[in-house]
Design a protein around this ligand. Structure first.
Ligand SMILES: [Zn+2]
Length: 176
């Protein structure tokens, strides 16, 4: 037996993590677009069979829609194009921030297979932070999830956005 033979399982997971980074980069570009529009920078991409089937960025303010988180916008984009209220099996969602309760619920309804997120959301994250909804036991569908892919990049984007917003708020605050 030769030691130079590649472990097929290892190379599969290596390929997957490389692909995860590529799709997360794309989600981060969408998050930047949100920031340019004055929205909290979160981006999401739905991928099936190595193709983007839906994408979106956070836009509740500009769309006058409190539900318009990046995940929801991406789901609506995919489902409209597919003309189906459920996603194809083996669809992965890449999102730059851990999903909230609303988005976890919607992803369950849509039957997503896997969720990959970048940064955790300590206050409202509902996969590992504030709630662990995939362990809740009351859903009729469960998806696998993993976090930490390009987390630093996502956190930087969020930090920069909130810093700028605070600066701007100070400038525009009426003086007493
Ligand atoms: Zn959400």
């Amino acid at each position: 037996m030769s030691l130079s033979v590649e472990d097929p399982l290892n190379s599969v997971s290596e390929n997957r993590s490389k692909q995860d980074m590529v799709w997360m980069q794309h989600a981060l570009r969408l998050a930047s677009t949100a920031a340019e529009c004055g929205e909290v920078p979160v981006g999401a991409v739905l991928v099936h069979a190595d193709h983007i089937i839906g994408q979106g960025y956070n836009q509740p303010i500009s769309s006058h829609d409190p539900t318009a988180h990046a995940e929801i916008v991406a789901l609506r984009d995919a489902c409209r194009q597919l003309q189906n209220y459920r996603l194809p099996t083996d669809t992965t969602l890449y999102v730059t921030l851990e999903p909230c309760t609303q988005c976890v619920g919607a992803l369950v309804h849509a039957r997503v297979t896997r969720v990959v997120y970048a940064a955790t959301e300590p206050r409202a994250g509902s996969l590992v932070s504030a709630r662990q909804l995939m362990q809740a036991g009351f859903f009729n569908h469960y998806f696998s999830y993993e976090g930490g892919v390009l987390a630093d990049e996502s956190r930087q984007l969020l930090r920069f956005f909130f810093r700028q917003r605070r600066k701007h708020a100070k400038i525009t605050d009426p003086q007493p």
